[in-house]
Design a protein around this ligand. Structure first.
Ligand code: DQA
Length: 159
């Protein structure tokens, strides 16, 4: 049952289901199912079970975050890595949902370096609600996000 506790949730927001075909110059040619498989493989390698969900619906992401909050309290989940897509720049509701499940560790991640792109991508309304932000490492941003959750979990153990 110790193994069951070591679960990390990967959330992907709007349009990330189009990975592989959507603006490949920006996001690469790897599909979402492949990215999710890499996340699961990476998690397994370092001893974590990885569950993945993508939704184009803000409310579905919010519902899953609330559920994650309950799972965290029950000792069934360690943390979340979320790529909110364009909701990054607009969704106060997602910000509030993440705040609402504090102190559940949440890492915001982006495939592209949003700071090197259009001005409207430079600001995240999510960033102030999460433990940390990773961006610009292509699909490796997700693996780094998993590492970040693991680092928080281990730091909490020591402290
Ligand atoms: C993104 C960056 C966002 O600005 C954009 O709206 C996305 C993807 C990324 O992973 O680089 O949908 O979150």
């Amino acid at each position: 049952q110790e193994h069951r506790m070591k679960k990390i949730l990967i959330l992907n927001g709007p349009n990330l289901n189009l990975l592989g075909t959507r603006e490949p110059a920006q996001y690469g040619y790897t599909t979402l199912p492949d990215v999710e498989a890499f996340c699961k493989a990476h998690g397994e390698k370092i001893g974590y079970e990885v569950e993945c969900l993508q939704s184009n619906w803000e409310g579905a992401l919010i519902d899953r975050i609330h559920e994650a909050g309950r799972q965290y309290k029950a000792g069934e989940l360690l943390g979340i890595v979320i790529n909110p897509g364009a909701l990054t720049h607009t969704s106060i509701a997602l910000h509030d949902a993440i705040k609402g499940v504090d102190p559940l560790p949440v890492i915001e991640c982006h495939i592209s370096n949003v700071h090197a792109r259009e001005e409207f991508r430079h600001h995240s309304v999510i960033a102030a609600a999460v433990n940390g932000v990773i961006c610009g490492f292509g699909i490796h941003s997700y693996e780094l996000g998993i590492e970040a959750v693991a680092a928080i979990v281990n730091a909490n153990k020591k402290g």
